[in-house]
Design a protein around this ligand. Structure first.
Ligand SMILES: [Zn+2]
Length: 89
């Protein structure tokens, strides 16, 4: 399993967590009315799920695969944007 493949798997988990978070907020909103507790729980879920993102660093230069410059993107880089290392090798 390469770093890139692991990072892609993480990206899919994040998409799933995002869908679950949105569904949670919508369902609670429908059943109990507007709830900031449900919203907070959804945010916590996303933050916890995303904490793993920090593990996906380039083995050569340590740059995170999810960063493009100063921006964080949902999908990982296959080629390190700093040193050009192939993260899928
Ligand atoms: Zn690198």
């Amino acid at each position: 399993m390469t770093l890139y493949r692991n990072a892609v798997r993480h990206a899919w988990r994040m998409i799933a967590a995002l869908v679950i978070a949105v569904v949670l907020v919508v369902v609670v909103d429908r059943l109990y009315g507007h709830s900031s507790v449900a919203f907070a729980a959804a945010i916590m879920l996303l933050v916890i799920a995303n904490a793993q993102m920090l593990r996906f660093n380039c083995p050569q230069c340590g740059k995170n695969a999810f960063f493009r410059g100063i921006f964080v993107v949902l999908w990982p880089n296959r080629i390190c944007t700093r040193c050009g290392h192939d993260l899928d090798s």
